[in-house]
Design a protein around this ligand. Structure first.
Ligand code: GDP
Ligand code: MG
Length: 216
């Protein structure tokens, strides 16, 4: 019974996710759903991307958090449109929340839309939002076993970033073990090693986005 209820909720969600996808496509907005555990570097990655693509692409950000608008304020300070969704306790964004948010955005003036999902590696992966790509971020400080512990997250990823590479000399993060674990779940996802603090590897990540969006 419980299973059936969950299935019904998910199929209703998927229908709205399809609507979201169509709405974004009709307005030529490329949208990325950013997922990770709290503190891996979602906001930092979005800020680095804004810095790298400013003047080339028009960016907007939807911030999903259980509460507060701290991240939306950080984005707004860069002169970028940021919309905050507070889930009020829910551990993930769903397609309906996104539908309301994107209907409140000036889509015709946006090329690239980031969705910063609620920080966790479990339920965020279960809810389709209708975005174009799923970005999953891990940081070296979390350990290299996350793909083994949270397989669904890494199965739905289209691209994976290993952030905080500047800290790796102080940690025992085995990048090869991590990458092999991701590849065992998902052959499709490209993996980049970056540091939002030093800027290491960020150009490779920016090149990936530019390729997806077909911009120079
Ligand atoms: N050393 C180091 N710290 C980082 C890096 N990226 C982010 N941080 C720090 O990690 C903390 C969490 O980052 P944040 O982007 O807010 O993570 P979020 O919760 O996933 O959005 C902040 O204090 C950042 O300054 C990095 O590459 N290296
Ligand atoms: Mg954040």
């Amino acid at each position: 019974m419980e299973f059936k209820v969950l299935k019904d909720i998910l199929s209703a969600n998927d229908q709205i996710a399809e609507e979201n996808h169509e709405l974004l496509d009709n307005n030529k907005v490329f949208a990325i759903n950013v997922m990770s555990s709290p503190g891996s570097g979602k906001t930092s990655t979005i800020l680095q991307t804004i810095k790298g693509l400013k003047g080339k692409v028009k960016i907007a950000v939807i911030e999903g958090d259980v509460s507060s608008s701290i991240d939306a304020e950080k984005i707004s300070k860069e002169g970028i449109l940021a919309l905050q969704i507070n889930t009020g306790g829910e551990c993930h964004l769903d397609a309906n929340m996104l539908n309301r948010a994107i209907n409140n955005l000036p889509l015709a003036d946006i090329d690239l839309l980031f969705i910063e999902n609620v920080g966790n590696l479990i339920c965020t992966a279960e809810f389709q939002l209708g975005m174009h790509k799923n970005l999953v971020i891990s940081s070296t400080a979390e350990g290299d076993d996350k793909p083994l512990k949270y397989p669904l997250m890494f199965t739905v990823a289209d691209v994976v970033l290993i952030n905080k590479m500047d800290l790796s000399p102080y940690l025992n993060f085995d990048a090869n073990a991590y990458k092999n674990a991701v590849k065992a779940l998902n052959q499709r996802a490209e993996i980049f090693e970056i540091s939002c603090t030093t800027g290491q590897g960020v150009d490779d990540w920016l090149a990936w986005i530019k390729k997806q969006m077909d911009v120079e």
